[in-house]
Design a protein. Structure first.
Length: 150
């Protein structure tokens, strides 16, 4: 910016501007999500919900085959008695159990006045309950999986 002095000369004056250094991002590195436990709980709840929805859709469709063709129904049910489908059943039960316990946590967060304060602790309780429930289910299902190979 140029200014003219009383003697008729011009001088250049730089405007005073302060530029602050950029803040460090609060987002954890390697993720798009801003939250930690709460956001991952939200993501897992959505993923398990979609997986359960698609299982129910397939289950309704394969059950409907009984009315169309009993032979086709028996063929589809026969494919379910494979080790791969046994692993799918394990994944399905794990998804349903997590979705159920996390759904109860979400209800508490939404309707209990202290829910938001304790949402992180409740998530860890959900994981412990999930692990206990799966530990009771998994050994028997793994026995079924091993027997499928024989």
């Amino acid at each position: 910016m140029a200014e003219q002095t009383a003697a008729g000369t011009t001088t250049t004056v730089a405007p005073s501007v302060s530029i602050e250094a950029p803040r460090t991002p609060r987002t954890p590195q390697g993720t798009l999500y801003r939250g930690s436990v709460g956001m991952w709980s939200w993501v897992l709840h959505r993923i398990t919900g979609v997986a359960i929805y698609f299982f129910l859709l397939v289950h309704i469709l394969d059950t409907a085959l009984v009315r169309l063709s009993p032979e086709a129904y028996n063929a589809v049910i026969g494919t379910y008695k494979t080790p791969i489908m046994n692993l799918g059943e394990i994944a399905l039960v794990m998804a349903i159990v997590f979705h159920a316990f996390n759904g109860l946590r979400i209800i508490l967060v939404d309707f209990w006045s202290k829910g938001p304060k304790y949402q992180r602790a409740m998530f860890w309780v959900v994981l412990v309950l999930w692990a206990v429930a799966i530990a009771g289910f998994l050994p028997r299902q793994l026995i079924n999986l091993v027997s499928d190979f024989h």
